[in-house]
Ligand binder design. Sequence first.
Ligand code: KG4
Ligand code: ZN
Length: 329
Amino acid sequence: MILAIETSCDDTCAAVVEDDGRRALSNVVHTQTEHARYGGVVPEVASRAHLERIDGVVEKALADAGMTLEEITAVAVTVRPGLIGALLVGLASAKSVAYARRLPLIPVNHLEGHVAAAYLEDPALEPPFVALVASGGHTALYSVGRDRSMSLLGETLDDAAGEALDKGARMLGLGFPGGPALSRAAEGGDPERYEFPVALKGKDDLDFSFSGLKTSLLYTLQRLGEERVEEELPHLAASYEAAVVEALSRKLLRAAEMTDSRSLVVAGGVAANARLRGRLRTECEKRGIGIVIPAPALCTDNAAMIGAAAPHSPKITFPGYLGLNARSI
Ligand code: KG4
Ligand code: ZN
């Protein structure tokens, strides 16, 4: 049994996952509410909150799985990329649990973790496939090989998709995180009422760009004025969300075409978006392409996905990991 820990941003997470990384026995996520009043994640506040919560979250993950530490055979932990202080809290906690029982430690890359959530969703899934990872910090397309190696096909040149949703939501006076807030505000809105730019550049270019979208929303809000913005809120939110969904969908489908891929994975917090999930499922069905999108709780940050990536990440035996460091990028 693998105990997995994830603290790269503002969620304090621990999970127990089976040794083959295909089934989670528990998945505990404590989402820090401290950041809401700032409209974004404050790194120092995140580190402190992780420190206060991590022990309780690990204990709950063991209890939910009906396990004691004696039954754990390895500890997996996110070591990059993320907020450095936040990562260090998780790493120190993982090291101390592993050290106490002389267990091996498995350092995991957060983005590989997001992709690995797909193996929990569909335990029969095998690479190769094309993966879209869209989160608050990253938006990229990867070709995932048989050995699970990830080669970059394209990425965002400016904002991440989640960041674009968060910033748009803030401009519209909605809550944080912006993705879910924007979706709620978009209910009943007409996604075609406003035409926000979908930056696609060349047909065969697999990079993303979301900064123009944000600027376009700003100009639209200025033009409409406060009162009209309030009346038009569902339409603005729906149109803005649609532009993000459109860019992600088109690029992923184009990547599938270009690499002649019959199997796709969508991961990261933005993959929890109902409109994106619906759109991609419909398009893939039309094309006869297989698609795995993890359940929303496995798309947003969690530790089960880190445990799922662990069997294919390098294992460090005791005491080799004691000097191991985290990295922000
Ligand atoms: O993967 P994640 O939980 O953390 C990072 O690694 O960044 O992703 C967080 C991002 C945020 O930008 C949030 O607004 C977005 O994912 N998000 C969503 C939804 N849930 C979270 N975006 C759209 N629809 C959602 N339901
Ligand atoms: Zn993430």
